[in-house]
Design a protein around this ligand. Structure first.
Ligand code: GLU
Length: 270
């Protein structure tokens, strides 16, 4: 019998450190959703931010996924092999891009004065670089776009890009491509139909939908899972010293994430 399912899910870890229980939750959630839909489950190594890549981390992540029984389909895609595709997308968007000469400190200062929120870019270089500034990053002009989508877990979402995010960076001042562009180009190239990931990325999704529309890509469905935090309420990560998963003892961690995902794993597994 041939399956005609087109469901394609993916897990897209950044190789900046080993997997921890928080990343296992996202990986297992997206894996189970793909398998429950008779679909494909892909793995993409997001080694885009070269200065943050830890040597050996990608191999360690892949062997951990194998030990935990999260077997992927097809070849692993490495973002470090995709620069020509990202450059082609930048070229396609060229009429909406502009060089920005602001440093982070400039933006904090200007934004705090203009909109009171230091992280929202106030559009300083949109109509040309002010005298004395040199081009650093490339930003995309968002215009007055209001993006709405229905998240399968978090429900209806809206974001006004200009007001809540500002024109955002597609090529960084160090010449590297920004995550927002790479993820959109790769989700489209890999035919991803549903993105299941942690809700720390919920806020990025409207930017990604905006880029998909401009590039003529279909938008996948989105499901943002709750994230696991430490006792201080911080997302587990390398920065918050989350312990690495123990490949010698996969079952307790798997049992825990299955429970968090609302499944009823048998206690004999432990
Ligand atoms: N690479 C991102 C991370 O590890 C995830 C990107 C995504 O799922 O869209 O946080």
């Amino acid at each position: 019998m041939t399956t005609t399912s087109t469901y394609t899910g993916r897990f897209a870890p950044s190789p900046t450190g080993p997997l921890h229980i928080g990343s296992l939750l996202a990986a297992t959630g997206s894996y189970l959703q793909a398998r429950a839909n008779g679909g494909r489950w892909l793995v993409r190594i997001e080694d885009l931010d070269l200065p943050r890549v830890v040597p050996g981390a990608a191999e360690r992540i892949l062997s951990t996924l194998e030990v935990f029984g999260l077997h992927w389909d097809g070849e692993v895609l490495y973002q470090s092999s995709r620069f020509p595709a990202y450059r082609a997308a930048l070229h396609q968007l060229r009429n909406q891009l502009y060089p920005c000469g602001c440093s982070r400190a400039d933006i904090r200062r200007q934004a705090a004065a203009v909109n009171g929120v230091a992280s929202i870019y106030p559009g300083t270089c949109r109509n040309g670089l002010p005298a004395g500034k040199h081009p650093r990053a490339l930003r995309i002009s968002t215009g007055e776009r209001e993006i709405s989508f229905h998240d399968l877990v978090q429900g209806k979402q809206h974001q006004n890009l200009q007001r809540e995010v500002g024109d955002f960076i597609l090529r960084r001042s160090d010449g590297l491509i920004a995550y927002q562009l790479a993820v959109v180009v790769d989700d489209a190239a890999q035919g991803v139909t549903e993105v299941v990931r942690g809700c720390d990325l919920l806020d990025s999704t409207p930017r990604q939908i905006f880029l998909q529309e401009l590039l003529g890509f279909p938008s996948p469905r989105y499901a943002h899972l709750p994230i696991i935090t430490n006792t201080l309420g911080q997302k587990l990560s390398k920065q918050t010293r989350a312990p690495a998963l123990d490949p010698e003892r996969p079952l307790p961690a798997l049992w825990k994430v299955l429970q968090l995902l609302g499944q009823h794993p048998p206690s004999e597994l432990l």
